[in-house]
Design a protein around this ligand. Sequence first.
Ligand code: LLP
Length: 438
Amino acid sequence: MTRSHATNYPMLPEAFAWRQGELHCEQHSLTELASQFQTPCYIYSARALRSAYQAFATACESLGANVDILYAVKANPNLSILSELAALGAGFDIVSTGEMKRVLAAGGEARKMVFSGVGKTDAELREALEAGVGCINLESLSEMLRLNQIAATLNSRARVSLRVNPDIDAKTHPYISTGLKSNKFGLPIDQALQGYRQAKDLSHLQIIGVDCHIGSQITELSPFLDAADRVLTFVEVLEAQGIQIDHIDLGGGLGICYHDETPPSPEALMQALVGKVQAWASARGRPVPKLIFEFGRAIVGAAGVLLSRVVALKPQSSPEATSFAIIDAAMNDLMRPSLYEAWHEILPVRQDATESARSWDVVGPVCESGDWLGRQRQLSLREGDLVILASAGAYGSSMASNYNSRPRPAEVMIEPDAPPRLIRRRETYEDLVSAERL
Ligand code: LLP
């Protein structure tokens, strides 16, 4: 029996499908992958990763636009994922020199990086300049002055954008909304002109762009369009003051389907935003500026699942009492449910259920009641069964911790017609204590 992933589970990419009642990633059954790599374990589809990136790149090409699609490393910084994307020509949005070094180690180029982040240290700014990072997105006047001084000591000129905060509601979870004036990010758009005037007078800065990023897991077009309108109006103000920019960076934030969301497709988003900028430029008889985007989740989110095994069941007979399914993955492996009450679809690997389905709170073994992965899920489960948490490619392993002294999971990359590739081995006890001194 082949069960269509598309009809039943819109969050699963084509690479994941049921064959003979068992979930596969390409030709590999997840049961076999669990025996080979143990659980919990992240499984990624290289094909899904590439096709998500290419959806953006192809859409921009067909619009004839000069667009750089960057990958936001924080979504998943695994070296193999970075190298896969670097090979496709991606640039990278980094927020630390740790991320910068990962990208360089994976074969990415410094000049194709933008350095975002609200609290870059002097040491990080210096390292980024020394490495030749393409653009530093400044988020405060303090940072601007510090960068100018550091560039002076290196006898160089730092290429910069200012991140403007357009005060737009991204209509997403408050913890991942970044474009409201109550958020810590960027310079309020009404103070940004002053910032640019100051930057223009600093001898070791070279203004090359304008930057904005309003949030993450955005599932509607309108916040993107509203932010772009404000940024374009701001560019007009800048240019009227004689401050020219080469590029506009509109950030990332496109959402994916975790449950029943219907975010715009990469094509639709690119068409709307690139189209808007093209129309704006043509109405003013000016060249279309280069555009930059920084997507993380929409590139890697759907490509990964977290594979886990049911350790124990605690069923309750009374309907008011909660029945718990305790699995071997926990909040330290996938923090999103605990932190944002995020939904990840939980699906059994085998579909030969003999037990009738009932409502389970699927939880991890960590000693906190907040350690849950899914609540009130209608599932047919037995102890020892394998389940996946879908759409875990972004902000899954990258936010994992060792809480409760749990080693972080293995990560495995699946290519069609090739053996599975271990791209991060499971941590050991020795890893847990390797930085500690007795
Ligand atoms: N650019 C900047 C400056 C960012 O701060 C972010 C994400 C991105 C790009 C990429 O956003 P994306 O395309 O992935 O939405 N841990 C949260 C998400 C935090 C996003 C932080 N910034 C989660 O699990 O939902």
